[in-house]
Design a binder for this molecule. Structure first.
Ligand code: ADP
Length: 200
């Protein structure tokens, strides 16, 4: 319930001022894909490149979100929706702060990703589909999770007994089965330059 007495506080320094100070356009780079599709690895590589170029970034992933803000949430459908809603709102705040936000979450449902897209202005939500095939992800299985899911020891595992809805028109599609980490990260940087989100 929204408290009727809560009113927006007016501030003198706005998102444009903060972004201009950092000489970048704020945006949310939203990495979506199956477990082990390469979201974290690629997001990390992109963040390293941006940092080297002097940009101000922040990477949100399972490690810094699931253990803190969202530690009360599980992996059922309702909790997954709430997980993404909170991450979306948090990403929006970081973008308001002028940052280039990298969010690396499976985010399997189209409607949830749409909800986040609609939180920010046109062009600020950059959906990056990690289109690595399930067979490759399952073969990699770095944490042994696919094996456990196949044995029935993890319920609601995306790609096994919970759906993954691929993006219909993502801004960027990457397939880590065909493209090494460096090349994937470079594709993202190229996109950011083309869209004038970053400058040389
Ligand atoms: P996710 O965050 O989607 O769960 P990770 O980034 O943890 O996936 O990557 C899963 C595995 O795939 C890791 O072992 C990683 O080294 C490997 N990997 C990621 N990107 C690539 C790539 N471009 N080429 C080859 N292997 C990759």
């Amino acid at each position: 319930m929204v408290d009727q007495n809560i009113v927006w506080q007016r501030h003198n320094i706005n998102r444009t001022n903060r972004a201009e100070q950092k000489r970048q356009k704020p945006c949310i780079l939203w990495f979506t894909g199956l477990s082990a599709s390469g979201k974290s690895t690629t997001a990390n590589a992109v963040e390293k490149k941006l940092f080297k170029l002097g940009h101000h970034t922040y990477l949100l992933d399972g490690d810094n979100v699931r253990h803190g803000l969202n530690k009360d949430l599980g992996f059922g459908d309702a909790d997954r929706v709430e997980n993404i809603r909170r991450i979306g709102e948090m990403s929006k705040l970081f973008a308001d702060a002028g940052l280039i936000v990298l969010s690396a979450f499976i985010s399997p449902f189209r409607s949830d990703r749409k909800m986040v897209r609609e939180l920010v202005s046109e062009g600020e939500f950059v959906e990056i589909h990690m289109a690595t095939p399930l067979s490759v992800c399952e073969e990699r299985d770095p944490k042994g999770l696919y094996k456990k899911a196949r044995q029935g020891n993890i319920k609601n595992f995306t790609g096994i007994d919970s759906a993954y809805e691929p993006p219909e028109s993502p801004e960027i599609t990457l397939n880590t089965a065909e493209c090494d980490v460096e090349a994937c990260a470079e594709q993202v940087i190229k996109y950011l330059r083309e869209k004038h989100i970053i400058h040389d």
